[in-house]
Design a protein around this ligand. Structure first.
Ligand code: GLA
Length: 696
């Protein structure tokens, strides 16, 4: 399977989306000159160019694209060639209105924006495969072609009649043509929803009151699969024509809105890639970024991934869109590299002067090359060129956080005990202390090989299948350590409660039984006491827990829940399982995860001040200051910054938004009696994590 190495060729790939169709041809030559000046090695071309390639049904206009690709190739710039299928031309909607998405309320969308196609439409699919086939035929042998970028940010869901038919076909496969099985899985005995014929089933459009949760969950799964079918159609055509060219599609971030199951997509593509737009106004954005980046590396099976899009300065789609302060783009880009990216790109090369994104920054801003933004873009090109030694290498992790798409989708539905329980926020809270201590953390699904990890952190796993639960239990029994958050193990894969005490699949593992959920009113903080972690407060949720074999680590003090254990620990086989039945303050969660790491034999790499990250990759230490205030990091030994060549000893100053990439050096007496510096290619042993310890 070809990977990013086709593009990197020993050097981090650097560039952005290039939309030459927005500019007169005279500008193209200047673009290439400036790209070279900035150290750009690759551009993504043609993402939204369908109406330029096929101005009329069946017509082909490739001449302009030939010239663009030739020009880029002459300039030594590689091409990540996009299929334009995210945005069908206006003629398609005009001639075939059924190719346009229908929203949950039954309204058909209008055109005039983008991403408006119905993934189930055979007409859309026919036109899409036809243009993709012709693109592949035309450019298969073009020397600039180094990667295929399929579609853009797959995210469409559709409630039209064609989609409903497709949904029914998907359901018949899922339930092996057994309508009784579907009725049981969807609990249609409730509210007289029992289906007597497949044709009675629709997509979960707007209803009078609450909708069937399993119907909604299956629709999510179906919608993701329908898009995956679209991806696979294109991929197969491209792969047949160019088996050596890697294929990717760019994932649309990691926010509350994640429409496709990245894990299933990642398994079908050659390169995992992400679009990522951290909010410059969010002081903790770097934690979300690290989490998303670690997820990408994990989805890629530990191989390098691609940061396909980010902003050089401001974006234009939040309520307020501040520019990025000087240095922030650099530190954010280096952060992606630290977490395993081998490709750092932007949306887009040249800022548009018209259209919906004219106030979205580009690498080359409206003000031109003589600008702060372009100066930083050039600097970044120089920095990335100095980091070739990391290419193709990533860091193995001994700690993993678990994230399941099915569970996330199910937990995010309405009519739950606490509808403001946010799975991503919960993951973020547990993940933050881990990266703050410099650990490499994988983010994996519950059906991954979990026994590889010394510590498994499961912040929330509301929905768990029997097989997944079994893997988690086995991980602990075979000596792994586990931290499990509340409202986990509650329902099966059909979103049906597992009765008999929560969390049913983990009762023995945890040595406890949760009788009742006690979500707390907004603003209420409970007092909890713990001789081990210190007293603390918690909010949102408390489980009424009864230990069987578990040892209480913290209990509620005062009120109706006085004495209820909220943090517990239980030995399980050779491993140890912690249960967290509330939402402790972040300080306490840090202490708890510190204790869990220590017991699992995972030593922290560093203890930098808040906002500073220390990340290890390929024998180098990345020191990243994500905040505006200068910081100082204590790191025993002598170090050389690979980017500036500066030397540092023991205490390392980092300016606001500063970044260093350090290689350890040691003083070696030279033959002349003078001292010279010898470079060692591994981070010294003191920075290695310790071997797994016992369960005490
Ligand atoms: C997405 C799209 C890009 C652009 C950016 C703007 O990531 O893929 O085409 O619209 O958003 O932030």
């Amino acid at each position: 399977m070809p990977g990013l190495e086709k593009l990197t060729r020993g050097r981090l790939a650097y560039g952005g989306d290039y939309n030459p169709e927005q500019w007169p041809e005279e500008v193209w030559a200047e673009d290439v000159t400036l790209m070279r000046e900035a150290g750009v090695t690759v551009v993504t071309v043609g993402v939204f160019a369908w109406s330029w390639l096929e101005p009329r049904p069946g017509a082909r206009e490739f001449g302009w694209l030939d010239r663009v690709l030739d020009l880029l190739h002459e300039g030594g710039i590689a091409v990540n060639l996009a299929t334009p299928t995210a945005t069908p031309p206006p003629w398609m909607a005009h001639r075939h209105p059924e190719t346009v998405q229908v929203a949950q309320d039954g309204r058909r969308m209008a055109t005039g924006s983008r991403n408006h196609f119905c993934p189930s439409s055979p007409t859309y699919r026919r036109y899409a495969t036809s243009i993709v086939r012709d693109l592949a035929d035309r450019y298969a042998d073009h020397p600039a072609l180094r990667m295929w970028h399929v579609n853009n940010e797959y995210c469409e869901t559709c409630h039209c009649d064609i989609s409903a038919q497709h949904f029914r076909r998907w359901l018949r496969t899922r339930y092996a043509d057994d309508l009784d099985a579907l009725n049981a899985a969807w609990t249609t005995a409730f509210w007289s929803q029992r289906y007597g014929d497949w044709d009675e089933i629709g997509t979960p459009r707007d209803t009078t009151y609450l909708r069937n949760p399993t119907q909604q969950l299956d629709f999510r799964r179906f919608s993701s699969d329908a898009l995956l079918e679209c991806f696979a159609l294109e991929r197969d055509l491209l792969r047949r024509r160019t088996p050596d060219v890697p294929i990717t599609t760019n994932f649309p971030g990691l926010a509350t809105w994640v429409p496709v199951d990245y894990r299933r997509f990642a398994a079908e593509e050659d390169v995992v890639s992400l679009d990522w737009y951290p909010d410059p106004a969010d002081d903790d954005a770097h934690v979300s970024s690290a989490l998303a980046f670690d997820l990408m590396r994990s989805l890629a099976g530990g191989r390098p991934w691609a940061l396909m899009e980010q902003a050089a300065a401001a974006i234009n789609w939040r309520a307020r869109n501040p520019t990025k302060p000087r240095g922030l783009t650099r530190v954010q880009s280096l952060q992606a590299v630290a977490h395993g990216a081998d490709m750092v790109c932007f949306f887009q090369w040249r800022a548009s002067t018209g259209g919906a994104e004219k106030f979205h920054s580009g690498m080359l801003p409206h003000s031109g090359p003589d600008s702060r933004v372009f100066t930083e873009i050039r600097q970044l090109g120089t920095d990335l060129a100095r980091l070739s030694e990391v290419v193709g290498r990533t860091e193995p992790a001994r700690v993993a956080c678990v994230l399941s798409w099915d569970s996330w989708w199910a937990a995010s539905q309405e009519a739950h005990p606490a509808n403001d329980l946010d799975v991503l926020d919960q993951l973020h809270r547990y993940y933050e202390p881990l990266i703050q201590s410099g650990l490499t953390v994988d983010v994996v699904p519950p059906d991954a090989d979990l026994t590889r990890y010394s510590l498994l952190v499961v912040p929330n796993l509301y929905l768990v299948s029997d097989a997944e639960a079994h893997r988690i239990v086995e991980c602990a029994r075979s000596g792994g350590h586990l931290v499990l958050g509340f409202f986990s193990g509650i329902v099966d894969e059909f979103d049906r409660v597992r009765a008999g005490g929560y969390p049913a699949p983990f009762l023995d593992l945890l040595g406890l039984r949760v009788e009742e959920f006690c979500p707390q009113p907004e603003g209420v903080r409970l007092r909890c006491v713990s001789s081990e972690l210190g007293d603390f407060s918690s909010d949102l949720w408390v489980d009424r827990t009864r230990p069987t074999t578990a040892e209480p680590v913290a209990v509620v003090r005062g009120g109706e829940l006085d004495g209820v254990p909220v943090i517990l620990r239980n030995r399980c086989g050779a491993g140890l399982a912690w249960y967290v039945g509330t939402r402790p303050d972040q300080q306490t969660l840090r202490r708890l995860l510190g204790a869990a790491c220590a017991r699992a034999g995972v030593a922290p790499l560093a203890d930098p001040p808040p906002g500073v990250e220390v990340v290890r990759r390929a024998g180098l230490l990345f020191l990243l200051n994500h905040r505006e205030h200068p910081a100082e990091i204590a790191l025993a030994g002598s170090w050389r910054d690979v980017l500036s060549h500066g030397r540092f000893d023991d205490r390392i100053p980092l300016p606001g938004y500063g970044a260093l990439v350090l290689r350890p050096i040691r003083d070696v007496p030279a033959a002349s009696g003078e001292h010279s510096l010898e470079v060692v290619d591994q981070v010294p042993h003191a920075f290695e994590e310790t071997a797994p310890g016992g369960a005490d």
